[in-house]
Design a protein around this ligand. Structure first.
Ligand code: ADP
Ligand code: MG
Length: 700
């Protein structure tokens, strides 16, 4: 019977190239077909040194030898170490491992061992310190390494990287010719990108480290290009098909709006508002990201935009990520609007049903001008008479999907409102382009006058009393403060009182006695709205000296009299988050001080906190955070709506990203739906990768 030809969708089982045990292991990793195995890429490559004999060893060089262990000696005590002697018939090599006495479980006389490390001469003896050991199986001893580069694959308990490597090598000759490229030879040549099948070969079977890099570069480019294409296609579609109300943003209206504010706008606020004015006067929906460091005055900018909608007899909505923030925006906007005739309402998940009904029917009838709220504003029963401006505060908690929903919620007459997104987590520009590539970007530079920089100090938990003493002294001088902790409730955690306890939770902190005699209240997301509002109100009016809070206060809370913040377990928070948190103090006349209490156990943890002491610039911190932790950690799954990357790291691959972005824009400009006959494969791959998440189906 003739065998059907192999394709990329052929199951590995049908390919008859892979042994059953390996098949099972691969299945556990979600790999069932030839194509899936080809797409299972190594995370890194190991350069294997060619093996030598002990007689050939050169002191000072990194070498690779194998032999038999003839003696071992573990030494415990304050400087534990494990020593062993290796013989290979040509000579003797001494091995020593510091602090790794557990190796004595694996390495004993008679064991065949391969080691890699740097050789040193000790008197007449040759020695390797802390070499990398690999115990060899005498029945199945691997061939002597010839110095090639080995791919290291994501593996599991059931299947080791080596087994995956063998399986990949088995299918490569048949699979590679099946890979079709979606980029033309001329296009690739201009960008020095290898052909797609060659890129897979370079990653799975590189002949040099440079090849592995070149293969990775091609696939990372493809990943970035597909996302940028999706974003550009979406954007072109929005531009071409969606209409928004063109607002009257003329000088007369604008002057009236600005006069409402109790302060003169900073130059940074003014230039961003100018950009918004230009946007809102167009019949094309604005889609703009406004970044500004903590305290740069984004609320005033938002209010100006909302009032432009109202001035043209439309409505405006302000969405906040948390109820506390929505409540606070509502309070401060009410105050700013004072005696004006603008009709304002608050709508959140805790709004009582009757009030909610009244508010939604007024919104639909056009009897409200501005509504402030949370996700609750996105639900289906909320309809606007004529929503012209929607502002989303603190973008990183809302994803692309929510923005799409907001567009859809606009009711008859106009298809979609102008959308402005505000974020205080400044994102390096190149990244902002990727993550929010369908947005225009404005940056509020500078802070309102009169701010003194916040002093930040890192303390170990042994020194925390210092921080609490400062806090108490400031409270006695009439100021207020915050203690921030990672969690609410110490389930099962003993919390003895005293300065040396582990303060991990709101309850720990309240019971610690560290703020004895001061008026302290807890604030966290599990409190009822009424309680929460009452606590905030009492704090704002000075009846409470100190809030003990979780990160619910991270964004937006604005109490100028609060001057000291203590963050417990500060190493558990990201840099951007710490920067947000400390932005709660130093908003008034008193100097702001922030204590970061932590006992970081890794050099990385220490480095991150040191950065907080050194820099007060949110942009610098955001870059550092990315540098130290990498893109995946900073914008990992916890944040919704951000695209995941398999190969590319948009921060480290910035140049590739910019290239992909330029290329994508040029392609879409030339062919908005990618329906040209040379583009069909590219389009197919684009739809597979992003068609759903970017809702591209209705685009082409
Ligand atoms: P953020 O950008 O962090 O949201 P806010 O909008 O909360 O900042 O503003 C921080 C504080 O600065 C508020 O108390 C606000 O009233 C004040 N503020 C904003 N703009 C100005 C300005 N141009 N001059 C003086 N104070 C301002
Ligand atoms: Mg704000």
């Amino acid at each position: 019977m003739p065998q059907t030809p192999l394709t990329l969708t052929t199951t590995l089982e049908d390919s008859r190239l892979i042994p059953p045990a390996t098949l099972r292991g691969l299945r556990g990793l979600g790999i069932g077909s030839v194509g899936q195995l080809l797409a299972h890429l190594p995370t890194r490559h190991e350069q294997l040194e060619a093996e030598t004999t002990i007689a050939e060893l050169v002191p000072g060089a990194i070498c690779h030898v194998r032999g038999e262990i003839t003696a071992t000696r573990p030494t415990r005590g304050p400087r534990p170490r494990f020593e062993a002697v290796l013989h290979d018939g040509t000579g003797r090599l001494d091995l020593v491992w510091f602090n790794q006495v557990y190796l004595s479980d694996k390495i004993a006389p008679g064991v065949r061992l391969r080691v890699q490390g740097k050789v040193a001469k000790r008197g007449p003896m040759l020695q390797m310190s802390n070499p990398r050991p690999e115990v060899l199986n005498p029945e199945d001893e691997p061939e002597r390494s010839d110095g090639r580069i080995r791919p290291v694959y994501p593996a599991s308990e059931d299947i080791a990287s080596r087994k995956i490597e063998y399986a990949v090598q088995k299918i490569l000759p048949a699979a590679l010719p099946l890979v079709e490229d979606h980029l033309s030879p001329a296009f690739r040549e201009q960008r020095a990108l290898p052909e797609l099948r060659e890129a897979y070969r370079m990653l799975h079977a590189p002949q040099s480290p440079e090849e592995a890099l070149a293969g990775r570069r091609r696939l990372a480019y493809d990943e970035l290009l597909l996302l940028q294409l999706g974003v550009a296609m979406k954007r072109a579609h929005l531009r071409a098909h969606l209409r928004a109300p063109a607002l009257d943003a003329g000088d007369v209206v604008f002057a009236r709006i600005v006069k409402r504010l109790p302060f003169a706008l900073t130059p940074g606020q003014r230039s961003v508002i100018e950009e918004i004015r230009a946007d809102l006067s167009q019949a094309r929906p604005a889609n703009r990201l406004i970044q500004g460091d903590v305290g740069s005055g984004k609320t005033a900018v938002a209010l100006c935009a909302l009032l432009m909608a109202v001035a043209s007899k439309h409505q405006g909505a302000l969405l906040a990520p948390t109820e506390i923030l929505a409540e606070q925006h509502f309070a401060s906007i009410s105050k700013l609007l004072g005696d004006s005739k603008v009709r304002l309402a608050l709508l959140t998940g805790s709004t009582p049903a009757s009030e909610r009904e009244a508010t939604t029917s007024k919104l639909e009838a056009g009897e409200l001008d501005i509504v402030v709220g949370t996700h609750a504003l996105l639900s289906e029963d909320v309809r606007f008479r004529s929503l012209a401006v929607a502002i989303i505060d603190e973008q990183h908690r809302f994803g692309v999907a929510q923005r799409a929903q907001l567009r859809a919620s606009a009711s008859d007459g106009f298809a979609t409102p102008h959308v402005l997104v505000m974020t205080a987590t400044p994102i390096p520009r190149s990244l902002a382009l990727t993550l929010f590539g369908d947005l225009d970007i404005s940056t509020i530079r500078g802070l309102p006058p009169g701010r003194t920089p916040i002093e930040t100090r890192v303390l170990s938990s042994h020194d925390r009393v210092l921080a609490y003493n400062t806090l108490k002294a400031r409270i006695e001088a009439g100021e207020q403060g915050y203690v921030v902790v990672p969690a609410i409730d110490p389930t099962g955690v003993e919390s003895p009182s005293g300065p040396l306890v582990d303060i991990r939770t709101v309850v720990n902190a309240m019971e610690s006695g560290l703020l004895q005699g001061k008026r302290v209240a807890a604030l966290h997301g599990q409190l009822e709205r009424g309680t929460r509002e009452a606590v905030m109100e009492r704090f704002r009016s000075g009846v409470i000296d100190c809030l003990v809070a979780t990160t619910v206060i991270e964004v937006g809370v604005d109490v100028p009299n609060a001057s000291v913040m203590i963050v417990e377990h500060a190493d558990r928070f990201g840099l951007a988050q710490l920067h947000q948190l400390r932005g709660r103090v130093g908003r008034g006349k008193a100097k702001g001080t922030c204590y970061l209490v932590a006992d970081p156990t890794t050099p990385e943890g220490q480095a991150r906190l040191a950065v907080m002491e050194q820099s007060s610039d949110g942009f610098v911190l955001a870059e550092k955070d990315l540098e130290i932790r990498g893109f995946g950690e900073v914008f990992g799954t916890r944040q919704s709506g951000l695209p995941p990357f398999r190969i590319a790291d948009p921060f480290r691959d910035r140049e590739l990203l910019l290239m992909a972005r330029t290329d994508a824009q040029a392609m879409i400009d030339a062919s908005p739906n990618l329906l040209g006959k040379d583009e069909l494969l590219l389009r197919k791959r684009l739809m597979k990768a992003h068609g759903k998440s970017l809702a591209l189906a209705d685009v082409g």
